[in-house]
Design a protein around this ligand. Structure first.
Ligand code: NAD
Length: 243
């Protein structure tokens, strides 16, 4: 899809991969709305890219509905959604203080899995009311952000890994539900990238990461998410998880 002139929403757009993706979309000519809980950083990124900042907790139905409506009012229905909002607090299943509090597990599922689904369902509903953009019938693209953790696990990341595994499973299901309406759903599963999320990990984890036999990229190239927007080969990518 050529995003130029089309509306796009990026969750978690105030930082790291979301901010870089928002930049890349703006450079490609999209009308970008970024959603995040971090109001200050959100406003800064929106100013840089000439986009719209909407404070939003993706895990809340009301907050996401209001944010998607604000984006629609400003730019029209989003043809592109990139779900980047996420959290990764480290905690072992059984730690020094006993079993991991259930609320801690739920919080991560709420933001990473339910939050992504929350915005996905709202953007998809808006797209149902839009005309296709081309003769193939494409109405829009939704890109979720899982993680290599969904396939490999990570010590102290049970909730995070489960949330990302849920996103991987959701990808093919959402593609099956929505592809009939010309909405592609795909997911990326990146390895380590030195964003504020990664750098906020405990020193013990960072120590292990620094010893990995490959370099951790210092920045995220937002174009990596955008690669999904263009059809590859004869058929566009649908329902796939790219590592
Ligand atoms: P980051 O911490 O830099 O950015 C995440 C953003 O999400 C932050 O701005 C944060 O405020 C926002 N956020 C958190 N909770 C929110 C909520 N409830 N509602 C709205 N926004 C919320 O992290 P990042 O590294 O850029 O991560 C982006 C995505 O990539 C995440 O889903 C993460 O799990 C995934 N990922 C990161 C790595 C990595 O190594 N950095 C690897 C694989 C996958």
């Amino acid at each position: 899809m050529n995003v130029s002139g089309h509306a796009a929403i990026v969750t978690g757009g105030a930082s790291g991969m979301g901010a870089e993706t928002a930049h890349a979309l703006a450079v490609a000519g999209a009308k970008v709305t970024i959603l995040d809980v971090n109001k200050e950083a959100l406003d800064e990124v929106a100013k840089e890219i000439g986009g719209l900042a909407v404070e939003c907790d993706v895990s809340s139905s009301e907050s996401a509905q209001a944010a998607v409506a604000a984006a629609r009012n400003a730019h029209g229905a989003a043809r592109v959604l990139v779900n980047c909002a996420g959290i990764a607090p480290a905690k072992r299943i059984v730690g020094r203080d006993g079993p991991m509090p259930l609320e801690d597990f739920k919080k991560v599922i709420d933001v990473n899995l339910i939050g992504s689904f929350n915005v996905l369902r709202l953007v998809a509903a808006d797209l149902y009311a839009e005309e296709p953009l081309d003769d193939v019938g494409e109405r829009g693209v939704i890109v979720n952000t899982a993680s290599v953790a969904a396939f490999e696990g990570q010590v102290g990341q049970a909730a995070y890994t489960a949330s990302k595994g849920g996103l991987v499973a959701l990808t093919i299901q959402a593609a099956r539900d929505l592809s009939g309406k010309g909405i592609r759903v795909v997911t990326i599963a990146p390895g380590f990238i030195a964003t504020p999320m990664l750098l906020g990990m405990p020193e013990e984890t960072l120590f292990k990461i620094r010893r990995l036999p490959f370099a951790v990229p210092l920045t995220w190239d937002g174009n990596s998410s955008l690669a999904f927007l263009a059809p590859r080969g004869i058929r566009p990518v649908v329902g796939r998880v790219e590592h």
